[in-house]
Design a binder for this molecule. Structure first.
Ligand SMILES: Cc1ncc(COP(=O)(O)O)c(C=O)c1O
Length: 463
């Protein structure tokens, strides 16, 4: 393996900064556990060897073996309702006692109740559903349905996107880490286009403080999708995250234009809302911001309330056409415990007004980060929606050179002060707090971010 893949995710687990931090932070018992972990687990980029070990996850916090608490602004986007929500734990325990499993061919009440609820809350008429264990599997189901429904096999998706680690999901994903030649042939016909990214337009058009200059760029990112749809002529589906988790927010009308282009070319639109769904963006589904309904919507992550692994594929009823075939047939397809967890999670999100909280506090946080630009020359761009927001760090405001090492330094400094988050694309501080976050917790995090940015900027001579 001579040619290393591009490390499109941030906070690389083999960097010298990582090693330094691990050695200086952990005591012998943690180091020994991490060593054991590295001994037994297959090593892979981003995850193993690990950064630290958790002993507790409660509310908005994780805690390591030494009792250090971190406000978790990452949480893999599973922790919308906070870790270990008491109402969810109670519902899961009760369900385990009442009915722990439903073998294939048998239905059960929790699964049907969840299907009904998803039908009720989903946009448009996405009334048919299938459950899988993980998000990647759900993406595979969506791709199978799109192929069968259109009689075509090609897809269009974005470079730099992530849709999961399975072969189909890696094929439509756009990260070398997951789709390198080392894994052999991927799905044929997986066409990719440059994504919307108004701060660093892949087509070279200028922005104004991260805002698109539509009179100049003419939304070329959307035009190119229409162009490929036209040239290929036989694309089964466009699959994308409606708001990319990096985060990147689509320019106004982007999705309605893509929706129209899909309609014009007999192509389905699949939205992968695995990280963005269930309120993360400040609406139940991120696509509601754009008022566009896909043909297939994929959910996962937070659906299991941060306890159970469950994902879902929601589909328009006219694509319920594979009754004679097996498209999912997963062992845990109608697991009463995970479906009960998902239904309870949605009820908690609704009952506790968590979407409104993410919407309001998210706006507040983005505004505060925007103001930090005056104080911190390394913040090139601030963007987001709800509790999916971030700051892109650059070493120079004018040339926008990604400040990857600075981002890593900020990350480790923030960890030292009790804030965990993720770096995307090497230099984007990506914040995805749980929807239960309070204003004082948000203020605590923003204070740490500003302090650590200042310290790292001074340390690296950025003025
Ligand atoms: C947009 C997106 N799609 C798909 C997936 C894959 O989900 P899972 O890890 O549950 O397979 C992820 C996970 O991070 C994701 O962010």
């Amino acid at each position: 393996m001579k040619n290393s893949p591009s490390q499109s995710e941030g906070e690389i687990n083999t960097s010298p900064r990582r090693l330094d931090w691990v050695n200086k932070t952990h005591d012998d018992s943690t180091l020994s556990l991490l060593k054991e972990d590295a001994k037994y687990f297959l090593h892979q980029s981003i995850s193993s060897p690990c950064l630290s070990a958790v002993s507790k996850a409660e509310g908005a916090y994780i805690e390591d073996l030494q009792g250090n608490r971190y406000l978790d602004f990452h949480g893999n986007n599973v922790h919308h309702i906070g870790y270990g929500h008491p109402r969810l734990k109670q519902a899961i325990s009760k369900q385990m006692n009442d009915l722990p499993f439903a073998p294939r061919r048998f239905s059960c009440e929790p699964a049907v109740n969840l299907a009904k609820k998803l039908n009720e809350i989903s946009p448009g008429n996405l009334s048919k559903v299938l459950f899988t264990t993980g998000g990647s599997d759900a993406v595979e189901v969506a791709l199978k349905i799109a192929r069968a429904a259109t009689g075509r096999h090609k897809t269009i998706s974005f470079w730099d996107s992530f849709h999961g680690a399975g072969y189909g999901a890696s094929s439509v994903g756009g990260e070398q880490l997951f789709r390198s030649n080392i894994f052999g042939p991927l799905l044929t016909g997986s066409e990719h286009v440059a994504p919307f990214d108004c701060y660093r337009c892949p087509y070279g058009y200028p922005d104004l403080n991260g805002e698109p200059q539509l009179d100049i760029c003419n939304m070329t990112c959307e035009k190119f999708i229409s162009y490929v749809l036209e040239k290929e002529g036989d694309v089964a589906a466009v699959i994308a995250e409606p708001a990319r988790a990096v985060p990147y927010i689509p320019p106004p009308d982007f999705w309605s234009r893509v929706r129209k282009a899909c309609n014009d070319h007999g192509t389905l639109l699949i939205f992968d809302e695995i990280p963005t769904g269930l309120g993360k963006s400040g609406k139940m589904f991120a696509c509601e911001h754009d008022k566009v309904v896909p043909d297939i919507l994929v959910l996962g992550k937070a659906l299991g309330g941060g306890i159970m692994p469950i994902s879902a594929v929601l589909v328009k009823p006219e694509f319920d056409i594979l009754g004679e075939y097996a498209i999912g047939h997963y062992t845990h397809e109608k697991n009463p415990v995970s479906t009960c967890a998902a239904l309870t999670t949605i009820q908690i999100i609704e009952d506790e007004g968590l979407i409104e909280n993410a919407s309001e506090l998210g706006l507040y946080a983005i505004e505060r980060l925007e103001n930090l630009k005056n104080k911190h020359p390394s913040i090139g761009d601030v963007r987001g929606r709800g509790f999916l927001f971030g700051a892109e760090l650059v070493s120079n405001y004018q040339n926008k050179k990604p400040a990857k090492d600075l981002a890593e330094e900020v990350f480790y400094r923030c960890l030292d002060k009790g804030l965990s988050f993720k770096i995307s694309m090497g230099n984007v501080l990506t914040f995805t707090p749980p929807l239960i976050l309070s204003k004082s917790q948000m203020d605590f995090a923003l204070k740490i971010i500003s302090e650590c940015l200042g310290e790292a900027e001074r340390n690296q001579g950025i003025k």
